[in-house]
Design a protein around this ligand. Structure first.
Ligand code: C5P
Length: 236
């Protein structure tokens, strides 16, 4: 399956038919598509298989967070679907993350990345929930280091944390970033945004970009424009 570029497009649609129609247009123009809780809950593994049939890679973004044994089972099931990338929650703890890494291991293994702190949380909400004096950025970096120590491949991070994670976790640790908006695009409900070029220069490896592509009159042209914007010298 070919995989150009750094852009992952979420299939945030309610039905399999909608997902396949969007994925068919994007095949060959994006790095992968993301299947999240909405589509997977509605349609299940058939959505993953349908996207694979179009030659696209899948980021299965179900953000597993449970006891280690249950998460290991879920990761093994995702692996058997042949997904390329999948997400778990770092706040499930080191043992849970190690169990996920172990379940993913082996030939043709999926990459496993951890969500650190949800970007929907404010500093106040984060402090109230965790009781820690750490700022969100400090907590994100702490959890990213834990994820790396547990053997995971990377993290999901908001644009404002990319630099700290890249500095703290080094090259080769995957940083996947939502909240990216081309300079001329609507912000929608995203607040702390960066442009694709800024996010890549800050150290992001992969960008999750939805509505600026999916709501465009020509999603392929929008995806190509964004892909061009985030090329770095040395990219093919
Ligand atoms: O349309 P938009 O580009 O905002 O879509 C971004 C995608 O990334 C959505 O699938 C959304 O659920 C996801 N996401 C996000 N912010 C996070 C984590 C995930 O927007 N912090």
């Amino acid at each position: 399956m070919s995989a150009p570029g750094r852009v992952i497009v979420p299939l945030d649609v309610p039905t399999l038919a909608d997902a396949v129609a969007l994925a068919r247009r994007l095949a060959g123009h994006v790095a992968a598509v993301k299947i999240g809780k909405q589509l997977f809950t509605a349609e299940g593994p058939v959505a993953v298989r349908a996207v694979h049939d179009l030659g696209l890679r899948v980021f299965l973004d179900l953000k597993y967070h449970d006891i280690p044994n249950t998460v290991a089972g879920a990761v093994a099931a995702a692996k058997s679907l042949g997904v390329w990338l999948l997400s778990i929650h770092a706040s499930g703890g080191g043992e849970m993350m190690r169990a996920a890494a172990k379940a993913a291991a082996g030939p043709d293994r999926p990459l496993v990345i951890a969500v650190t702190v949800l970007t929907s949380l404010s500093e106040d909400a984060h402090r109230a929930m965790t009781g820690t004096p750490r700022t969100i950025e400090e907590q994100v970096l702490h959890l990213a280091r834990e994820a790396k120590a547990a053997g995971l491949d990377g993290v999901v991070a908001s644009p404002r944390e990319i630099r700290a994670i890249r500095r703290g976790c080094g090259p080769g640790f995957l940083i996947v970033t939502p909240g990216v908006r081309p300079a001329d695009a609507a912000l929608n409900d995203q607040h702390r945004v960066m442009t694709p070029a800024e996010a890549v220069r800050a150290g992001a490896d992969l960008l999750v970009i939805g509505r600026p592509i999916t709501a465009a009159c020509d999603p392929v042209a929008a995806a190509e424009r964004i892909a061009a914007e985030c090329q770095l010298p040395g990219d093919q």
